[in-house]
Design a protein around this ligand. Sequence first.
Ligand SMILES: [Fe+2]
Ligand SMILES: [Fe+2]
Length: 277
Amino acid sequence: MKTVLIKTHEAWLEMLMAGFMSRTESKQILFDFSDILFRHFTWIEHELIEIGESYDYNRDNIPIKVSRLSDMLKAITARLLEIDLQLVGTPDRDLAARMSTDIAYMVDVLHGMNDEVVTAFNMERRLPNTELTEEATDALTLFLFDESYKEYELIMIYNYLKAHSDDAFLNRIFQILIDESFFHLKQFGEMMAKMGILAVPRVVMRELYEVEDVTAFLKAGIEEEIVAKEECKKLSDAVGRDSQSLAKFFDFINHQENYHIALMREALVHYEKAENG
Ligand SMILES: [Fe+2]
Ligand SMILES: [Fe+2]
């Protein structure tokens, strides 16, 4: 079952990347499928925890540099069929059946999907209808690489914490932070694809999500959110002269981080209360 977890993790990211690559109506279908695969991932993880099997979020590197979408879709299909074969070992037969019927449908839809020329790796570093200076382009490039990884990292950490907690108060907060990070990751990934610099975030190190001291983790996390806000502000200033809409977008992202900080502070108070009494 550990293999199913790893392969589902890889298929989820591959499907998400394919969504970024597409520039047609297939995009939304690929995003929806990637959301389904993320849910499969969390359900398999729950199974592993139930049966007391150790696992981690390691995975292989995922090659995505294709020039045609159909090549990506073929790779995803092969991986989905591998997962399907591996499902025999899943003790929860209802879950296995659910995943299997989802996979059969997704494979069928991918098979019928129109091919597209992929420009997500052309390295042109230009956004449609936006003229950025060299300096602003560099700042944006750096930001997108750093922050897309960061959002993926946060999804994995909060997902891990949520999987190991049955505290409804905290899990509500963790789920909001997961959803929010997904939104940010999708926004940044879209921009990377448009700029021709799409890349899969690197693997998250085990020490980062196997959090031993949640209180310390939350405190550090709040500091990090404050840094993320500053990064957004800097970027908004850097691109502000060239593009009003881009500046507004990064201000919007910056303001969203305020609520993340507030939620993390709430979680912190809750933890400290639980620890003291
Ligand atoms: Fe964020
Ligand atoms: Fe955040």
